[in-house]
Design a protein around this ligand. Structure first.
Ligand SMILES: NC(=O)c1ccc[n+]([C@@H]2O[C@H](COP(=O)([O-])OP(=O)(O)OC[C@H]3O[C@@H](n4cnc5c(N)ncnc54)[C@H](OP(=O)(O)O)[C@@H]3O)[C@@H](O)[C@H]2O)c1
Length: 290
């Protein structure tokens, strides 16, 4: 029997007509080193996915570029046929090259192929939510999203996609996409130490749009800060737990997709994310990224 919090910390959020737990799971780390090739521990990867769902997580974030194809096929192998409450969110707009780079792939034909690949590798007839991934591996880049986003809107009208979002997007690109069609989420890099989207988060919260921080724990280089360690030590918690608890308390529209390839870390993260942070804790943590 699980001793972890039920319901999960943060409760739920509604993406369009889909209810998901605010505590989700990011599947990128399940592929091989630098998100290329198969994982060293295939069965371990399946176990993490099954444990996530067993613990009540109903939001898994993925992309067919992870591996490429590896993560989606692992999700299918571990969880198909998917339980009704589970929603898989994917993204299109980048591919992989032989060096493990992430070149943009946002021409209409690239996007159509990517949606087909996601459907096939996940074993789905409709994708619940597709994020248009903009910018590049170094971050956001300005520029119009119209042609690419309109292509996804066409695929949505054809019934291949239920809801749309944008990722790695500037506030101007978010606004441009929203003027074309409704979006239910923005997935951008954000964590205790990277606060560039503070204004955007608050604006989206007022409009009922989810904000899904990627690299919530710092990504390939986990967060390190003396203030984070000090707060965690005072609370008898791990720094990762405090980083997740801070995100959940930062704004009600924030959904978590922390990545891990370890069942133990998954359980630890769920157990810690509900940690109540006092005003004093929050003030100390707030200073990290400012
Ligand atoms: N839209 C985009 O452009 C974009 C870009 C990057 C990522 N994403 C999405 O965001 C999700 C999250 O990003 P991420 O996984 O790269 O970064 P992350 O969640 O910030 O951090 C993951 C790293 O933290 C470690 N970790 C997790 N829990 C831990 C714990 N309790 N103690 C110590 N270490 C712990 C993991 O190692 P272990 O495996 O050892 O636990 C892993 O190395 C991805 O899965 C992906 O779905 C989207």
């Amino acid at each position: 029997m699980s001793t972890l919090p039920v319901p999960l910390p943060g409760g739920t959020w509604t993406l369009g007509d889909l209810t998901v737990t605010r505590f989700g799971y990011g599947a990128m780390q399940l592929a091989g080193p630098w998100v290329m090739g198969p994982p060293a521990d295939h069965d371990g990867a399946l176990a993490v996915l099954r444990e996530a769902v067993a613990l009540g997580i109903t939001h898994i974030d993925t992309a067919d570029a992870y591996g490429p194809h590896v993560t989606n096929r692992l999700i299918r192998e571990a969880l198909h046929p998917y339980p009704d409450p589970l929603h898989i969110v994917t993204k299109v707009g980048a591919t992989r090259d032989e060096q493990g780079g992430w070149p943009p792939a946002r021409r209409p034909e690239d996007l159509r192929r990517a949606v087909d690949d996601n459907l096939e590798n996940l074993g789905l007839e409709t994708l619940d939510l597709v994020n248009l991934r903009l910018g590049d591996a170094r971050g956001t880049r300005p520029g119009s999203v119209a042609e690419a986003f309109e292509t996804l809107v066409e695929l949505q009208q054809q019934g291949l996609i239920r809801h749309l979002g944008v990722s790695n997007a500037t506030p101007e690109q978010v606004a441009e996409a929203r003027a074309i069609a409704p979006i239910v989420c923005v997935q951008n890099m954000y964590n205790l130490a990277h606060r560039q989207d503070d204004e955007l988060i608050d604006e989206l919260a007022g409009q009922g749009v989810a904000y899904v921080p990627f690299f919530p724990l710092g990504g390939f280089t986990p967060l390190q800060s003396s203030a984070l360690t000090a707060v965690a030590t005072r609370l008898g918690a791990t720094p990762m737990s405090v980083a997740l608890a801070w995100l959940l308390q930062r704004s009600p529209n924030i959904l978590l997709i922390p990545g891990t390839s370890s069942v133990a870390h998954l359980r630890e993260n769920i157990a810690g994310a509900g940690l109540p942070l006092s005003d004093e804790d929050l003030a100390e943590l707030d200073r990290i990224g400012r």
